[in-house]
Design a protein around this ligand. Structure first.
Ligand code: FCB
Length: 442
């Protein structure tokens, strides 16, 4: 019943880094340790937003079990642990008073990683906006860039000297579009003006936080964006145009802002009337030079035209095998984006696959073969990109643990390690063991 990955550490260049990723709200247990309330708590407490109205109050209780969890990271022979800090754990009101217990936690987490020989890869924001800032308009309010920069200063003054890398914001598209246009994530808005503002302010907050971290003398700073391969649902000019619009919003907006210092013209066609005044003046800040780009990649979408106002696109159910999320498995898309980012945007800086993985219900003791196949197939595409000269320097699995999968609650299991959400017991799955074998050193 043991399945192996089709390749191992030796199939990648020397120094290529393997890791796994998690995020604060999804694992820590946010009702504990003096953290302030976030917009995810209130979003989850509102009927109809989250499966069974589940929230991150306890999650995996990583706050109290992080030593055990980091042993699992090291035990899988992983080189890097990508984690996020919660803004509201550090600053319960988003600004002002610091929660010392929160800063102490991240301090101990970083030291515990270093003690195990694992590189700490910090993300400053993975979606749990302090509720007090949501009250002020959250990502719709231009002031958020300054509030975020101040938070970056407080957090990084404490741990910035010991992290291996840092990125301001996980998946700007989700923060802005998924949460303000589609309404699927907190704050659950469906409003194009709110969206245009969030699409811009997220970029501005990124740029200002990079500047703060540079000012603190930190290095190895990056951006982490998510990508979805957009395929026309049929071979018509209309379907091709709709897939192109989807691609612009999802895949090109933030790359273009961060690396070219312009928002893409085809997306501005829809967003320009709703953009904040004088947005052009912020583009130089948004383009703050970074040292690497992280790509999060899971799936592709078939896109067709839709009736109604811009962007007038709809997703069509596709024929490929799907994960527990209902996401089609399409590893070639990862190759596409690695090449695409390198050739058109990033100008030769290193790329990392900062998230990739699948939800699969297999329990410990079961084959978990679908997850092993998924990871193996995507690693093959990473190798293909490297062979074509793309400077990919690492690959991180989402996720270490089964965790709080946002609006889908605790049902979707992305972990290499199973978590029993009653006993909180951790048990490695077959995919964990396969990864540990493939990554064994020497
Ligand atoms: C990504 C998120 C991560 C997790 C995975 C499945 O978009 O960054 O928190 O939800 O998807």
């Amino acid at each position: 019943m043991t399945t192996d990955l089709p390749l191992n550490r030796g199939d990648f260049p020397d120094g290529f880094l393997f890791g796994c990723a998690t995020s604060a709200y999804q694992i820590e247990g946010h009702a504990q340790g003096g953290a302030g309330p976030t917009h995810w708590d209130t979003f989850a407490a509102t009927p109809g937003n989250v499966v069974r109205a589940e929230n991150g109050d306890l999650a995996c209780d990583h706050l109290h079990r992080f030593e055990e969890d980091l042993d699992l990271v090291a035990g899988a022979n992983l080189d890097v642990y990508r984690f996020s800090a919660s803004w509201a754990r550090v600053l319960p009101e988003g600004r002002g008073a610091v929660n010392g217990e929160g800063l102490d936690f991240y301090d101990r987490l970083v030291d515990a990683l270093l003690a195990r020989g694992v590189k700490p890869a910090l993300t400053l924001y993975h979606w749990e906006l302090p509720a007090a800032l949501a009250d002020l308009g959250g990502w719709r309010n231009r002031d958020i860039a300054g509030w975020f920069a101040d938070y970056a200063e407080v957090l990084c003054a404490r741990i910035g000297d010991r992290v291996w890398s840092a990125a301001p914001i996980n998946e700007p598209w989700c923060v802005a579009w998924l949460s303000h246009f589609m309404g699927h994530h907190a704050p659950g808005l469906r409003d194009i003006r709110a969206t245009a503002r969030a699409m811009h302010h997220v970029g501005l907050a990124h740029g200002q936080a990079i500047a703060v971290m540079r000012g603190l003398g930190m290095s190895n700073l990056g951006a982490v964006c998510n990508f979805e391969y957009a395929e026309p649902a049929e071979d018509t000019p209309e379907a091709r145009a709709s897939a192109r619009r989807y691609d612009g919003i999802y895949n090109r907006w933030f790359l273009s802002g961060m690396f070219h210092g312009t928002w893409p013209a085809d997306v501005l066609e829809g967003l320009e009337p709703h953009m904040p005044a004088d947005w052009q003046d912020d583009m130089a800040t948004i383009k703050a030079p970074v040292d690497w780009l992280g790509l999060n990649y899971y799936t592709r979408k078939l896109i067709a035209p839709a009736a109604g106002p811009w962007p007038a696109v709809q997703e069509i159910d596709g024929p490929l095998p799907k994960t527990q999320m209902g996401w089609e498995i399409y590893p070639e898309g990862l190759y596409h984006f690695l090449r695409f980012a390198h050739e058109h945007y990033t100008g030769g800086i290193p790329l990392y696959v900062t998230e990739n993985g699948m939800a699969n219900p297999d329990l410990p003791g079961q084959p978990d073969a679908a997850r092993i196949d998924y990871i193996g197939a995507h690693l093959q595409q990473v190798r293909r990109a490297i062979a074509d000269g793309v400077p990919v320097q690492g690959y991180f699995v989402w996720s270490l643990l089964d965790n709080y999968e946002w609006a889908l609650g605790y049902e979707k299991r992305f972990g290499l390690v199973h978590v029993d959400f009653d006993s909180l017991q951790r048990r490695p799955k077959a995919s964990y063991d396969a990864l540990a074998r493939a990554l064994a050193r020497g």
